[in-house]
Design a binder for this molecule. Structure first.
Ligand SMILES: CC(C)(COP(=O)(O)OP(=O)(O)OC[C@H]1O[C@@H](n2cnc3c(N)ncnc32)[C@H](O)[C@@H]1OP(=O)(O)O)[C@@H](O)C(=O)NCCC(=O)NCCS
Length: 203
């Protein structure tokens, strides 16, 4: 049946080019595609109780984490998600500081969902907000998305703070929407719209 509207993003508009590395302005950080060699850093991050709690996973071995990384990398070609490491530039050692992702890519509506964690040692200095701003600007600018969702448990005030401070407006609470290790959690739904974001530079 013919579509009556033009999809927001054409199929192939992301996967026709390699997954980009994004600069994080005013920080010595980049968002870059994950590498197999990041597996130990990811395994280590997933020892953190807060990452386990909010991402509902453990990483028990480097081999197992390498499989996740392979799966994260494969999502770009499928245009189902984009997964980036928040890392120091290679010239400064390339150390992983965290993760940024665009999940649930809906090219037709131009909607995706952001997700993140920051390694314990890198927290509390604005790393997450700066990295989220870089991803948001690329998603609205170069990629052409219209709306980005951000969900977190109502029991996770740090994530709520990041969302609000990053211009992701609280739209409501999805009751009992997500299963965690201690049961179902109410989830705040935040979102940011492209039309509320002035893109002043090409990402
Ligand atoms: C949430 C998380 C990504 C934030 O990373 P970060 O780099 O420390 O974030 P930022 O420094 O940019 O900002 C953190 C904000 O949360 C605030 N914050 C931190 N802990 C908090 C708490 N327990 N209660 C309320 N606010 C808190 C900080 O004060 C800061 O806000 P401010 O700059 O207005 O003072 C990080 O704590 C994390 O990885 N947590 C575990 C995994 C997780 O929660 N992932 C998100 C799942 S939705």
């Amino acid at each position: 049946m013919p579509l009556l509207v033009q999809p927001a993003l054409a199929r192939g508009s992301l996967a026709s080019a390699p997954q980009p590395t994004l600069e994080v302005p005013d920080r010595r950080l980049v968002l870059r595609p994950w590498r197999s060699s990041d597996a130990e850093a990811v395994r280590e991050a997933y020892q953190d109780p807060a990452i386990q709690r909010w991402h509902v996973r453990r990483g028990d071995s480097v081999a197992e984490v390498r499989e996740w990384i392979d799966a994260w990398r494969a999502t770009w070609a499928e245009e189902s998600a984009g997964h980036w490491a928040i890392a120091a530039p290679d010239a400064e050692g390339g150390t992983v500081r965290g993760r940024m992702a665009l999940k649930r890519l809906d090219l037709y509506d131009g909607v995706a969902e952001v997700a993140y964690w920051v390694s314990p040692a890198a927290r509390g200095t604005g790393t997450c907000r700066a990295a989220l701003e870089a991803l948001t600007r690329w998603a609205f600018g170069t990629a052409g998305f219209h709306r980005l969702d951000l969900e977190h448990s109502t029991a996770n005030p740090a994530s709520c703070r990041v969302a609000v401070a990053s211009g992701y407006v609280l739209e409501g609470t999805r009751r009992a929407a997500a299963l965690h290790a201690d049961g179902r959690h109410d989830m705040h739904l935040h979102a940011r719209l492209a039309e509320h974001t002035r893109i002043t530079e090409e990402a």
